[in-house]
Design a binder for this molecule. Structure first.
Ligand code: SAH
Length: 387
């Protein structure tokens, strides 16, 4: 069994409850094989925890257990079952959700998303790569899935020195899987779609948004049109805008699938689209802004903030009085307080008054560990332009 001994700083950090230890915060690494389970110990040999050891990544240690219990098949099976029971309690009216969310489910660096009976896995460290056969066995035993697909085409794997890879593990996974989310049916492309096929983290926000949105609605950065389709069930007219042709074709197919003829999907850059709409004097009763993460690292928070500011200011100006803005940021590096500050600046510059009617995050199937800020990334604000 390999052993890691943290520096005083590493120990203090770990005691605060963060589930990772960075390589710089290790004083000693002894017999730790890449991807293996190691003991974290104090200098005097006192046991602290067990976890995954990564040789390449800056994240050298990922917490698995604070006890010395044996970590074998049954241990992991129990963790998977616990993750599932939690989903059974919190996931409603859908058959597409995140079943395992890494650290938040005590299974660091493993993601499992479920689309009906098709499962998509992502292993983000050498340890979960090596445990893939075992997790496959557990998932087969508990869920008897129609297919298991490995979507390891993620750049973060490079930080672990691992190759990008996409592979069918078992069964047959069709090119599109039809799932439902509330009253909406949609097709998810598990092989080629963003993330594992859909933005499951916005699911609950889409449902809440559809309660507020009425009249003429704009879904900016619409991807497969899911916010738009939920809104279209209650509104006169919804326009979805995205720069990806492929995404828009899927959005149109999804609209047909639901018989929602009051939708249109346009291929435009959202920034120029909002500008053009302002120039022609058009207004909306509801606008959804769900851009990709602008702040990919701490270094570009400044540039990202300017992007969020421009988008939100333009959107607020396009809203009719009484209109609703549903605005998101999925940049982990941009804090909620900074996002709120940007929105306040937009309020001032536009001369509008905005009332918060909802302050939300990612769906409950993406739970947040109290002392692991990295597990919380999505901010979604519901604002009403009262005047
Ligand atoms: N709201 C969607 C997810 C949006 S993901 C949902 O709930 O499922 C972000 C989308 O923004 C992607 O589809 C991407 O193609 C699109 N995008 C990124 N930059 C863009 C830009 N400048 N203009 C228009 N679309 C853009």
């Amino acid at each position: 069994m390999g052993r890691l001994i943290p520096t005083a700083k590493g120990l203090a950090w770990f005691r605060k409850g963060h589930p990772w230890i960075f390589r710089n915060d290790l004083a000693k690494i002894q017999d730790a094989a890449p991807g293996s389970i190691v003991f974290l110990e104090e200098k005097n040999g006192k046991f602290l925890a067990q976890g995954f050891y990564s040789e390449h990544s800056k994240i050298a240690f990922r917490l698995v257990s604070r006890s010395q219990e044996p970590i074998h098949l049954n241990f992991w099976k129990e963790r998977v079952e616990r993750a599932w029971h939690y989903r059974e309690a919190v996931v409603e009216k859908t058959n597409a959700y995140r079943l395992i969310y890494g650290e938040s489910d005590g299974i660091p660096s493993l993601i499992v998303d479920r689309y009906a009976d098709h499962f998509v896995l992502q292993t983000l460290s050498r340890a979960t790569d090596d445990l893939l056969d075992m997790f496959t066995k557990i998932l087969l035993e508990i869920f008897r899935p129609s297919s298991l697909l490995l979507r390891n085409d993620l750049s973060v794997r490079e930080l672990e020195g691992l190759p990008q890879q996409k592979k069918l593990i078992m069964g047959e996974c069709p090119s599109k899987v039809q799932v439902f989310e509330g009253k909406i049916q949609y097709l998810a492309d598990l092989w080629k779609g963003q993330k594992t096929g859909a933005y499951l983290d916005q699911r609950e926000n889409r449902a809440v948004a559809s309660r507020f949105l009425r009249g003429k609605v704009l879904d900016a950065f619409c991807y497969h049109g899911l916010f738009a389709l939920h809104a279209a069930r209650h509104t006169a007219q919804v326009t979805g805008v995205d720069s990806s042709q492929e995404a828009l074709e899927q959005a149109r197919e999804n609209a047909l699938l639901n018989g929602l003829a009051n939708t249109e999907f346009r291929k435009e850059n959202v920034f120029s689209f909002l500008k053009a709409e302002a120039e022609t004097g058009r207004h909306y009763d509801g606008i959804i802004l769900d851009p990709p993460a602008f702040a990919k690292s701490k270094e570009n928070v400044g540039g990202a903030s300017r992007g969020y500011k421009e988008l939100n200011l333009k959107a607020i100006r396009l809203l009719n009085p009484g209109g609703i803005l549903v605005t998101s940021s999925c940049s982990y590096n941009l804090s909620e307080s900074r996002f709120l500050e940007i929105l306040r600046e937009c309020e001032r510059d536009s001369g509008a008054t905005l009332r918060i009617i909802g302050k939300r995050g990612q769906s409950a199937d993406h739970p947040v560990l109290l002392s692991f800020p990295e597990s919380s990334y999505l901010k979604c604000l519901f604002l009403e332009k009262t005047q």
